[in-house]
Design a protein around this ligand. Sequence first.
Ligand code: ASP
Length: 307
Amino acid sequence: MNHSLPVFAAESNESAPVVLVIHGGAGVISKEEMTPEKEKAQLAALTESLQAGHAILKTNGTSLDAVMAAIKVLEDSPLFNAGRGAVLNSDGVVELDAAIMDGATRKAGAVAAVRLIKNPIEAARLVMEKSRHVMLVGEGAEAFAKGQGIAIMPQDYFITEHRKKQLERIQKEQKQAPKPQSFRQKEQTTDLVGTVGAVALDRHGNLAAGTSTGGMANKKPGRVGDSPIIGAGTYANNATCAVSATGHGEYFIRAVVAHDISAIMEYKGLSLSEAADLVVKKELVEFGGEGGLIAVDRKGNITMPFN
Ligand code: ASP
């Protein structure tokens, strides 16, 4: 078994620091699932994602643009649980969630349970910038995205053989040996790997965060996780930090993880890493919530705790 939170940070220090941190999900991957070839391909996609975002920051672009560009690369790769290649719900359908937040204005946009939007992070950005709302779900979100002219794909585009087999395996295991709820939840962590997220600080001193996911394999149709919930899986505030989380969403929603870190910094004066450790390694652990997060503060400090 292999603990994995693929994370990379890029910094450069000319006039003001720019920072970009990305993740490809947290969880426990079995050796059979993670072959050297697959690991290499995932690292290549993560590198491409990091370069796409960093190219924007380096040329004085915005943290919002960098976060979106980095996440789009991973949504387009079939190797992560976001966009194409995302996990299947119990009906064998891909349903995607994503959110983005601007730390300068605290404007935010999110989509949830969408089945046909090629890049949910792009739709989330459009909800933020082109609608009066923060979150659109399901068919309404898809109609909005279509109206905004972004790519719509048939459901088949999103489904991969690997995810079909994964669902078959989970459903078979559950039929054969139904386990008490808490143990089953733990076991399913193996299927959490691959949510993607990014946090960035740009030359203008602005923070942004974004997260995109297919959620949990074998989830009920209509289930929404923490990723698109502002303050749970995604949050950015120039006064404190930008956070993108990954893990067992139900717990991250109940512990309001991302906002809690920001609030602890703001009200208690703790540093980013102290606040993040408190939430991820203490509160979440006491709660029983597994996962982790990436975060950056306005000075460019980064942290990436997971439990
Ligand atoms: N947090 C996501 C969710 O529960 C899953 C993940 O991060 O892997 O929807």
